[in-house]
Design a protein around this ligand. Structure first.
Ligand code: HEM
Length: 121
């Protein structure tokens, strides 16, 4: 598969995962919990597969040991984004905090994707 397909998978996975996460912030019921968290897990995995595919096919870096720091920062943002929906279901009272954290992870990942700062590595 060539890199544009990985880019579509990557960005679609991130967009839909963000949508599922904001559904929880919007008060998705406990009855929907299993469905939303399952969908979130699948979308998170698709975003990761797309990211690995982009690294291998577009950047020529199939081995994560060769990845620049900006890409590792993106991996940390992905871990955070992937975990938030489950935490937000358990701790609804802090929803504003989870919204701020999700926004932070998304913005940092986008800055890394488009500006690729050297970050010393
Ligand atoms: C919250 C997490 C993330 C967000 C919001 C995000 C978003 C994006 C966006 C919008 C692009 C631009 C698509 C393009 O130009 O083709 C991109 C590119 C990319 N992403 Fe992610 N991403 C995230 C996590 C990851 C992860 C976990 C990986 C690796 C496993 C990854 C690897 C890449 C690579 C290699 C590119 C191509 C960069 C380039 O075109 O030079 N991303 N990402």
């Amino acid at each position: 598969m060539s890199w544009p397909y990985y880019a579509i998978l990557h960005v679609a996975g991130i967009l839909l995962l963000t949508g599922a996460t904001f559904a929880v912030f919007g008060g998705a019921s406990e009855a929907r919990r299993k469905l939303i968290l399952m969908a979130g897990g699948i979308l998170s995995l698709l975003a990761l597969v797309g990211g690995f595919g982009l690294a291998a096919k577009k950047l020529g870096m199939p081995n994560p040991m060769d990845w620049p720091a900006w890409l590792w920062v993106k991996v940390l943002c992905w871990v955070g984004l992937s975990a938030i929906a489950g935490i937000a279901y358990r701790r609804r009272a802090q929803t504003p905090r989870w919204i701020a954290l999700t926004t932070f992870f998304l913005l940092v990942a986008l800055v890394m994707a488009f500006l690729k700062p050297a970050l010393g590595r």
